[in-house]
Write a protein of this length. Structure first.
Length: 695
């Protein structure tokens, strides 16, 4: 045992030391200092102590100030207060300040000392455990609350994404690669995929996602993600892969482990702005001798040489939505979802970091006995259609119309119903056989499970493909077990839907002992395509600002005609999709647009052309929007010869942008119909009073 004794009376310190050593002097080390300052230096130097015994009356500190300073500087060391005063109020105050015990110098003997130390260490351990459990409970409640939110929005959000990506795929398939709208469709699909990934991260973090675990080889996962990471983090960061030979298997979902590695790699990249080394390694982690690891694990480590983290940041990195990145640069879900994924797999994450010394994330997943297995490969070709009859049951009109159109285009006969009760009526009215039911799980009046039970009372061998955008626990609550049936999670693409439908039908035929080839494509082509769903009118957009002056400025811009002139516009935005969208819209209005991704290319652009107006995102690499403003003003020698307009998805950034000197502000939520008109009017009137423009 190692004891820090803070006592300014050498003779009493000697007496106390003799009483402490007792019959076991070799097992005890006492470090004696005579002032609070010396004690704090011992703790700051990294000294490890089992307990600190502190006199309240020291040359450089007295009373509760001493207790406060010791408790604050030695959070991992229990503190016992020692004093010559028999003051009950001081004793209570010391205990309330964080001390574990209070001893009077005149009543201290060997037995009392040893008992006090033993109890102080145990109480301190229990206090730390209570604090840790309190933090974990708080985090669990936060996760549960956000999990309820995630599960609640997942259904509606995934329905919308299904419609967006589904119709986007249909449009993409109908047009050639040289079609002028092909790039716009590609941008829509990419944005839809990013939105789907964000939804998946929310569900993963809230543990409402679909997990498909199997024995895996971590080396294989690391090898497959290597190329992706090198392409993602750029040339300034060197990637080092260290794979251990004879690595044990572990039970995991490969796609989710890939996501964890990617999330950690992205954080590492952002921590190494000037370049560095990213090391990804694997090894076996046997049972630890100290009992901290009670079973064999497979260890995956992601380490960087970046700027590291302080203790406050480290204590919050797994909190949902916590991020140190600029607004718009991160969701704060990457590490939170990684933590949830690893914990759900029965593992844990260790983090080591220090400012200026990089960060190491070590992931431990329990070893499993099974040999690694390969996932069933998805077909790399478009699945064939067929001529069977399919009943589609979906309460969301646009999703139902998309599925109907997709399956009809593949040659199937399609019946539709908007809920389970109507589906039963449709099925009972049919004289022909229904080969497959494609149904949502959660619907009004009668849900998918209840409907299937009613239909199977008539047709026991009826096959079903369940679809849902709901969170995992909501689907299970409805009596649907994903491992026992065909299930397709929203959002899905038309290709995936056709493939899963064809697979379900083929398995049904195999079980019946007959395999019927799908009809040739030309035989299906004669079937009439489904009418496109009627487009609902867009709902009115709610006002985004409560500021009356801002709304008045918008009305002024919209009401005041400006004589048209062709503008030379410089656009600075690091998002390629935003650059392409704004360029397309503005050029379609007759203007000429030059776009660059960051301020480093601005001087050359200004020398090459005399632009009428500059549009700049606020959150940019290499100095942000303020750097753009500085460079434009420097090029114009301090004169406002052209307006510099701040553009951002963060509406709250408008007032600050105007205070920084921008001539106006456009929110990225502005309607596309108003974009060109507002840019033109601002260019004509930029010297007038400034405001925030929204669509």
């Amino acid at each position: 045992m190692r004891i820090l004794l803070v006592e300014d009376d050498p003779s009493f310190a000697f007496l106390l030391g003799e009483r402490l050593r007792g019959h076991e002097p070799e097992s005890l080390e006492i470090v004696h200092v005579q002032s609070l300052g010396d004690a704090l230096m011992q703790l700051a130097a990294g000294g490890t102590f089992d307990v600190a015994i502190v006199d309240l009356g020291l040359p450089d500190s007295e009373g509760l100030d001493t207790v406060d300073a010791m408790v604050a500087s030695s959070r991992d060391v229990p503190v016992i207060v020692l004093t010559g005063l028999d003051d009950e109020a001081a004793a209570i105050a010391s205990l309330n300040a964080g001390a574990q015990d209070y001893l009077h110098k005149g009543q201290v003997d060997e037995v009392i000392l040893r008992r006090s130390i033993r109890h102080a260490i145990e109480r301190h351990r229990l206090d730390r455990q209570r604090q840790r459990l309190s933090v974990e409970l708080s985090r669990a409640l936060k996760i549960e609350a956000i999990g309820l939110l995630a599960g609640g929005v997942a259904h509606d959000f995934n329905n919308m994404l299904t419609v967006i990506t589904g119709h986007g795929r249909l449009l993409q398939a109908a047009m050639g690669p040289k079609d002028p709208l092909a790039r716009s469709i590609s941008a829509i699909l990419t944005a839809g995929e990013r939105a789907a990934q964000l939804t998946a991260q929310l569900l993963a973090f809230s543990r409402k996602h679909v997990v498909s675990t199997r024995p895996v080889d971590m080396n294989t996962i690391v090898s497959e993600v290597d190329v992706l990471i090198e392409r993602m983090i750029g040339e300034r960061v060197q990637v080092v892969i260290e794979r251990s030979s004879e690595l044990w298997s572990c039970l995991a979902d490969p796609s989710q482990i890939t996501q964890v590695i990617v999330n950690l790699a992205v954080n590492a990249r952002d921590a190494m702005k000037d370049g560095g080394v990213l090391t990804i390694s694997t090894k076996n982690a046997p049972v630890s001798a100290d009992g901290s690891r009670g079973r064999d694990h497979v260890q995956l480590t992601v380490e960087d040489t970046g700027h590291g983290m302080d203790e406050e940041t480290m204590s919050r990195i797994f909190e949902p939505f916590f991020t140190t990145k600029q607004v718009g640069r991160g969701t704060g879900l990457g590490l939170a979802s990684a933590y949830a994924i690893v914990e759900e797999l029965g593992g844990y994450i260790d983090v080591e970091s220090a400012l200026g010394h990089g960060t190491r994330f070590s992931i431990f997943l329990p070893r499993c006995d099974g040999a690694p297995t390969e996932a069933a490969e998805s077909p790399d070709h478009v699945a064939a259609g067929g001529d069977e009859t399919i009943l589609v049951v979906e309460d969301e009109e646009q999703v139902r119309a998309l599925i109907d159109a997709t399956l009809r285009a593949a040659g199937y006969d399609v019946l539709t119903a908007e809920d389970g009760r109507q589906a039963v009526q449709v099925a009972e009215a049919q004289s022909r056989q229904i080969d497959l039911v494609v149904t949502d799980v959660v619907m009004p009046r009668m849900n998918g499970r209840e409907m299937v039970e009613r239909l199977r009372a008539r047709t026991p061998d009826l096959d079903v493909l369940f679809i849902s955008g709901h969170a995992n626990d909501e689907v299970l609550r409805r009596g649907i077990r994903r491992e026992d049936l065909n299930f397709l999670a929203k959002p899905f693409t038309p290709e995936t839907l056709v493939s899963r439908v064809r697979g379900a039908l083929d398995r049904r035929r195999s079980k019946r002992g007959r395999v019927i080839a799908a009809p040739p494509r030309d035989a299906r082509a004669s079937k009439p395509a489904a009418d496109p769903p009627t487009r609902r009118p867009d709902p009115p957009r709610p006002a985004r600002l409560s500021d009356a002056r801002a709304r008045a400025r918008v009305r002024e811009l919209e009401a005041t005609p400006a004589p048209f002139r062709r503008l030379e516009i410089l656009l600075v935005d690091d998002d390629p999709f935003i650059r392409e969208l704004f360029t397309t819209l503005l050029e379609a209005s007759g203007h000429r647009v030059v776009s660059i991704p960051d301020p480093t290319r601005l001087p050359a652009a200004l020398r090459a052309c005399s632009f009428d107006i500059v549009l700049s995102d606020l959150n940019l690499p290499h100095g942000g929007g303020k750097r753009v403003l500085e460079l434009v003003r420097a090029h114009d020698r301090g004169r406002r010869t052209r307006p510099v307009i701040a553009v951002s998805g963060d509406l709250d950034g408008g007032p600050q942008a105007l205070a920084d000197g921008f001539d106006d502000f456009l929110a990225k939520s502005i309607s596309i119909e108003c974009l060109a008109a507002n840019v033109h009017k601002i260019a004509a009137r930029f010297a007038k009073p400034r405001s925030i423009i929204t669509g």
